[in-house]
Structures are given as C-alpha cells and as structure tokens.
Design a protein around this ligand. Structure first.
Ligand SMILES: C[S@@+](CC[C@H](N)C(=O)[O-])C[C@H]1O[C@@H](n2cnc3c(N)ncnc32)[C@H](O)[C@@H]1O
Ligand code: SF4
Length: 431
C-alpha cells in the first residue's frame, strides 16, 4: 500500500516537505518528535540486529561533526520552526559511548536550535558500561531528562555469553547510583528468552529491577532473526538454545504477575513504571501518527506524509550532509490509511482497541465488520469484549481487550489486523 517515490524525486519531494508550514488548526499544534541516531557500539551483542559500526574515536568524531551540521541545516527549515517538538530520543546503537563533551554539545545544540515544548522529554539511550558520572552529569547539565539503559539481564553468566561487559553487581550498583541522583527517570530494558536465562534467572532479573531502584522497565521477548551471531554460536554448540515460544510465554506471564504483585504501574503491554516520574512520551507518540524528524545515519522518520529511512552507510551519509542533500535512500508517501495502522498499533500496545476510536479513523462500522475475526481471536483466548454504558444508548462503547495471551501476541495481532484491513477493504460509512 506504500507508494515509493522515484529516486530522482526524493530530493525535491523532501525539500518541498521541509519548506512547508504545517496546517496549524486554531490553537492546536501538531504532535512531533526528534529522533537522533548514534550508530556505534563497542562490541556487537550476540542477540542484537541493531549493530552498525564498531566505536572508534576518529569515526565517531567525523560522525558527530556531520550530525551537528545536519541539525543546524534541518533546524533552520520552515517546517521545523513552525511548531514545538514534544519528545526527543537519542537512540542507537549506543549513544552513551559518546564522550561527555559530545553528549553535552549534541543536547545543547538540540535545545538551542529546535523549538521544544517546556515539558519536552529528552531521552539518552545506551548502557551503563563506561558511562561514568562525568558523562551522566554532562548529560543532565545539558538537559537530558530521561535515561534508557539496556540491561537485558542482570545475570553475570547470561551477560557474558551475550557479550555484555559488566557483571551483575556492577550494573546493579550503577543503576542504583544514577536512580539515586533523583534527577531524571532511569528506565531499563530487560530481555527474556536469552541462552542460559532459566526461569530462576528470570525471577532474579525481575527482583533485581526492583532492587536497582529504576523508575521503569521494558520487558522485551527475544526475537530471533536470521544472521544473528547468537544463531551461529548455538549451531556450533557454543551456546545453549534460547527459550522457545512456550517458555517465553511463561516468562512473560511471570513478568506481568511480578509487576502487578509489586504495584508497578503498567503503561503499555510491555512497559511498567515505578512512579509518576516515568512518562514514556516518545515511545507512546512514536506509535501514533506523530511526525518524526530523523537525524543521523540509519534514522527513520516521517514528515508531511513522507516516510523516510536515512542511509546507514557512513560515507554516503557524511557526503550527503556536506552537500546539503537529504541522506535518504528510501522514501514512500504515507498511505491514506496511515492513521488506521497507527491507531491499531497504539491500541494493541496499550492492550485495548476501542470501537469509537477505530471507527473514527477507519469509518463507521469497521469494528462491527471485523467481528468474525475478533470472535475467532476470542475463541482462541486472545481477546475479550467489554462494553461501557447502557444497552442501545449512544454512550454505549465497545472495547476489544487483550487477554494475557493476547498481550504476548500483541504485535502479531496488530500486524494481522492491519493486513486484513489492507487486503479486504471494508465497506464503511464516513466517520
Ligand atoms: C537498539 S538497543 C540499544 C541499547 C543499548 N545499545 C544497549 O546496549 O543496551 C535497544 C534495545 O533493543 C532490544 N533488542 C536488541 N536485540 C533484540 C532482539 N533480538 N530481540 C528483542 N529485543 C532486542 C534490547 O532490549 C535493547 O535494549
Ligand atoms: S544491544 Fe546495544 S550495544 Fe549491543 S549490539 Fe545492540 S545496540 Fe549495540
């Protein structure tokens, strides 16, 4: 359903988009975020597909210079200046591998050059390895107000086998230290299903999250992709098999039960907060129709209905920026039903699909027309229906809520629903 833009039209199309002022409907500003990509890691972890370049001082210096140039260039565009951004995410790769000075300069440039809302969330992603107090304090000083650290597992054996550097005690102590600054929410990622990660290890990982004092946690199931170093090591007998689907489902179940037992606030099907400080603005906005201005090699985004991927190749990226050309190799015009896919993705991420919201973007009657599919899901224990309000009243609203099993399969269910709507357009009435 995506319409690719011909290669020779990519530059003019993006120039036009960034020169355009968005429609500012009376008093209402568009939802928009900045995504900045730092494509370096010291070593590739065995389970990860995000690795691009090994951290090297000279490579990073050249990249940061180009990135700062891209920021100055894009910040000056009419589209950029027309409205404030609600969230900034500096992701990777491993942004915490940058030096304290580089982190400070990038964040200061963002705050100086781009219009940001007063409560704009500014996240720095990475890990605690070689992220000392000098870097942490430089980031805070420059304006980072949220940190997302990939922990994956606290268990020393699981970590070492995954090529993570620090042992359990070191990671735990660092998270405790940074949470103890009481200056910004510290959020961690935990993976479940890694080799050597038994159910006992998983229970300890969950307990360690509480022990760490972190303000929030994401529980991600391990996705096995082709070509991961992990797959080769398993084949060669150097690593035990990672968990199968059934085992991962049990781990998810245990994670959900653990969070409920310890009164963690659930913000989505796989994200919890320990207090009100963690808001997870970027993650929730990125799943809606929010526009995202991408910066850096390998960043993706969408501006004025154009969905783009910036090149991952460092030389191509730097050359494009030096010539004030968009480093974009793939551009598609967002399909007319982008709002529908966005609504479905964010609803399944939240664990509930509301009839009135789906019908608003997809047309009246869409939810009803999908009943055979929803019934099949219900029979398989993935969803259940809830109603609010009186029967036959206008206030009666229907919701499709994910069961625990449905939450485990949330991404797959959302994808299936989007495919069904694309393949079999439903005859509906204008909303
Ligand atoms: C792009 S990484 C960046 C994090 C940071 N560089 C680090 O070392 O933790 C973001 C998150 O993706 C998740 N991730 C990486 N590989 C994954 C996989 N195969 N399946 C599921 N999640 C994965 C990890 O939880 C990781 O924290
Ligand atoms: S988990 Fe982080 S450090 Fe490890 S390869 Fe992936 S992006 Fe790099």
């Amino acid at each position: 359903m995506m319409q690719p833009v011909a290669a020779e039209m990519i530059q003019p199309s993006l120039q036009q988009a960034h020169a355009t002022l968005p429609d500012l409907v009376m008093g209402s500003s568009p939802t928009r975020c900045l995504y900045i990509h730092i494509p370096f890691c010291r070593v590739r972890c065995t389970y990860c597909n995000f690795f691009q370049y090994a951290s090297s001082k000279t490579l990073i210096e050249g990249y940061v210079a180009a990135l700062k140039q891209e920021m100055r260039w894009k910040a000056a565009m009419p589209w950029t200046q027309a409205a404030p951004f609600q969230a900034v995410y500096i992701g990777g790769g491993t942004p915490t591998d940058l030096s304290a000075t580089q982190i400070g300069e990038i964040v200061s440039d963002i705050r100086r050059l781009f219009p940001l809302t007063p409560d704009c969330e500014i996240t720095l992603e990475g890990r605690v390895n070689r992220f000392g107090t000098d870097k942490f304090e430089a980031a805070l000083e420059a304006g980072v107000n949220r940190f997302s650290f990939g922990v994956q597992s606290f268990n020393t054996l699981v970590r070492k086998q995954a090529k993570r550097f620090d042992d359990r005690e070191t990671v735990l102590a660092k998270i405790q230290q940074y949470a103890g600054y009481n200056a910004a929410p510290i959020v961690i990622d935990l993976l479940y299903g890694l080799p050597h990660q038994t159910l006992d290890v998983w229970q300890q990982d969950l307990a360690d999250y509480l022990e760490s004092g972190a303000h929030g946690v994401d529980l991600y199931q391990l996705i096995e992709m082709q070509g991961l170093p992990m797959a080769r090591m398993v084949e060669q007998g150097k690593l035990p098999h990672p968990a199968d689907t059934q085992m991962k489902a049990t781990m998810f179940e245990q994670g959900v039960a653990f969070m409920a037992k310890h009164h963690q606030k659930r913000l989505s099907v796989n994200h919890w907060a320990s207090d009100n400080r963690e808001r997870s603005i970027y993650n929730s906005l990125a799943k809606t129709t929010a526009e995202i201005l991408p910066l850096g090699a390998g960043a993706g985004g969408n501006v004025m209905g154009r969905q783009m991927m910036q090149t991952r190749d460092m030389d191509t990226y730097i050359e494009a920026i030096n010539n004030e050309r968009y480093p974009v190799t793939m551009l598609t015009m967002a399909p007319a039903n982008r709002a529908v896919s966005a609504e479905i993705k964010s609803a399944f991420d939240a664990g509930v699909l509301a009839e009135y919201r789906l019908d608003k973007v997809a047309g009246r009657g869409t939810f009803s027309a999908l009943t055979p599919l929803f019934d099949a899901w219900q029979k398989n224990g993935l969803v259940y229906f809830e109603k609010s309000g009186l029967e036959n009243s206008h206030q009666n609203r229907r919701y499709l809520t994910l069961t625990l099993a449905g939450q485990f399969w949330a991404v797959t269910l959302a994808q299936n629903l989007i495919e069904v709507l694309q393949k079999q357009p439903i005859e509906v009435h204008a909303a």
